[in-house]
Design a protein around this ligand. Structure first.
Ligand code: F6R
Length: 605
């Protein structure tokens, strides 16, 4: 989603601002812009589309100046045009903004009634007008920002400069992350530490409601009541190198291939093989007192929750509810005592999941989070952080974060089961989980087969995925992965649901991807597959050698997986599902890492 970089610099900033934006590209955006202050005036370049368009504008008309702000925009209000691209200038004020100003309409109406003219369709422009109005009425920049912030409803991060105060950079955070970077004779503002990594590793994370005044010499942070506060300066640990694709063609491919390593890395912090134990980080509540679990997440992360429901209920016999976060608060959920609320999120910033977490906390529920970014809002707000160690995920389509989340979810389910006295042979669970990285590597060994069959799927208009038990959410994930990066319409179904409606879609033109590890649910899944085959379905069967020997006939392709225990099958079978989507997208020539309309970190509702 949108990204902010600001530099109050000791040397020219334009190139460094552009570099910062490049590091934010992974978040997804559809236009970009930079504004500097030079010789007491604003100088701005903006361009719709990819950063190369902005880079070209800058090459044609370079920007001077030792202070400036820059932005990548993911359109919410108004099309991704140059006029709507940030920074927005009104009078002596320039603003960049992430998030949404929910009450922008009445504010805009009020400002128009006062004779003010708008040049964009964005919600952001109201912020620039409001601050400009205060300045025109004689307020100093800090006072102007402090006056305007309480007028704004929604979730936002702001970067602001005032032409008459070229040595001051202002920022504010409410509901969308914002960091301050500390340099040597320079200071910075960034929507994440990654954007600032080549400039500095010394970072402070603003808290909700904070605003900041940055000069070259000093950083002053204020809370929502305008009290001066200090926020700890930490070492971000983010690499200053541009994260590169190594030998891979796309970040998504690289991240799929990293899975054996990052899942092993994640499991290492949860498994104690010598003691045959699955451990969780220390917690200050009693796991054995948990009587129910409420899982909330979005998109791919929500499918981890659905798989977790199978695992937790089977292993621990504790009832689990799973909700997509965007629905959670609005259905007014019944939160009974002794519920553990779990949020799952790669970014830890997804607006709906964060709001659901706060809803649970406000209701007095103990919370835990399976989160990849340890400095994120969610990671800081949960009672128990269960980190994934996937490393930065750059491809918009989640892959390695998904399997690392599954690994942590399995560790959680085993711990809850032990706390409930139901785990049985813990050494066996440890051993099964330890086998995951190797089984994933073996699954990756079938990449060539998957690539070879991808053109058949790429030619389809619609694709269906079937799975049963924990492989049902994996079917949903397969369909989501395919649609988001290849733009082919795809749906996932519980295989037993086919004849309750979706089977009407089956004909020779609709490939059916069946995810069916051999095991207790195999025969039933295969019966459903055969019902579809009898109606002309073109089946791709993903199974192990035993399953393929039994049911691989009359398919258009089979993808062979190693034979694995049912508990770990979703982790291993995720690999071919991801590779299939990847190769289909490559065959179709789409923008795999930054698919159209999508953003990596969805910080608006
Ligand atoms: C799909 C995908 C999204 C995210 C969702 C939640 O490939 O990446 O569906 O899973 O937007 O994001 P996080 O995990 O950051 O909360």
């Amino acid at each position: 989603m949108c990204g902010i970089v600001g530099i109050m610099g000791g040397e020219p900033v334009a190139d460094r601002l552009l570099d910062g934006l490049k590091r934010l590209e992974y978040r997804g955006y559809d236009s970009a812009g930079i504004c500097t202050i030079h010789d007491d005036r604003f100088d701005r370049r903006r361009a719709p589309g990819k950063l190369k368009n902005l880079a070209q504008r800058l090459a044609e008309e370079p920007l001077a100046g030792m202070a400036g702000i820059a932005h990548t925009r993911w359109a919410t209000h108004g099309a991704p045009t140059e006029d709507n691209a940030h920074p927005h200038i009104v009078g002596d004020v320039v603003v960049v903004h992430n998030g949404i100003i929910e009450n922008f309409k009445p504010l805009r109406d009020e400002l128009i009634a006062q004779g003010r003219e708008f040049r964009s369709q964005t919600d952001t422009e109201v912020v620039a007008h409001l601050i400009a109005r205060e300045i025109e009425n004689g307020a100093a920049p800090r006072a102007a920002l402090a006056t305007v912030l309480p007028m704004l409803h929604g979730a936002f991060a702001l970067g602001v400069m005032v032409r008459t105060h070229p040595d001051l950079l202002l920022g504010a955070r409410l509901g969308a992350p914002l960091t301050v970077g500390y340099g040597d004779g320079e200071n910075y503002l960034g929507s994440d530490a990654l954007a600032l990594a080549p400039l500095t590793q010394r970072i402070a994370y603003l808290e909700e409601g904070d605003w900041v005044a940055i000069t070259r010499e000093a950083v002053e942070i204020y809370d929502r009541d305008n009290n001066a506060v200090t926020r700890p300066i930490v070492n971000s640990g983010a690499s200053g190198q541009l994260i590169d694709k190594g030998n891979h063609r796309h970040f998504m491919q690289k991240e799929i291939y990293e899975q054996p390593v990052v899942v092993a890395q994640t499991l290492r912090s949860y498994l104690r093989p010598l003691e045959s134990k699955v451990a969780l980080p220390d917690m200050d509540f009693d796991l054995s007192a948990i009587e129910r679990v409420a899982i909330v997440a979005c998109g791919t992360a929500s499918y981890v929750g659905m798989i977790g429901k199978y695992w937790i209920e089977q292993l621990a016999r504790v009832p689990v509810e799973v909700d997509v976060a965007s629905e959670y608060r609005y259905r007014d959920p019944v939160l009974l005592p002794n519920t553990l609320g779990i949020v799952i999120s790669q970014s830890g910033e997804t607006a709906d999941t964060l709001a659901a977490l706060r809803h649970m906390r406000a209701a007095g529920v103990t919370t835990a989070g399976i989160i990849n970014v340890p400095t994120s809002s969610m990671a800081r707000e949960v009672d128990l952080l269960m980190p994934t160690h996937a490393g930065p995920e750059i491809g918009v389509a989640s892959t390695k974060a998904f399997t690392c989340q599954l690994a942590v979810m399995a560790a959680f389910a085993a711990n809850l089961a032990r706390a409930k006295g139901r785990l049985g042979d813990e050494a066996d669970v440890v051993q099964q989980l330890q086998q995951v990285p190797e089984a994933m590597s073996e699954a990756l060994g079938h990449d060539g087969d998957i690539e070879a069959m991808a053109p058949k799927i790429a030619a389809a208009r619609d694709v269906l995925y079937l799975g049963r038990g924990p492989e049902f959410p994996l079917a949903l994930e397969g369909a989501l992965k395919l649609k988001e990066i290849s733009y082919i319409h795809a749906e996932g179904y519980a295989s037993g649901e086919m004849k309750h409606g979706p089977i009407a879609l089956i004909d020779e033109a609709v490939p059916l991807i069946v995810i069916a590890p051999s095991g207790p649910l195999f025969d039933k899944t295969v019966s459903n597959m055969q019902e579809a085959q009898a109606r002309g379905a073109q089946v791709v069967l993903i199974s192990d050698a035993e399953g393929i020997a039994q049911a691989g006939e009359n398919t258009i392709a089979t993808i062979e997986m190693p034979k694995v225990a049912p508990l770990i099958a979703p982790l291993v079978y995720a690999v071919p599902v991801q590779l299939l989507a990847y190769h289909v997208a490559v065959a179709k020539g789409t923008d795999v890492d930054q698919p159209r309309n999508l953003a990596k970190s969805v910080t608006v509702e």
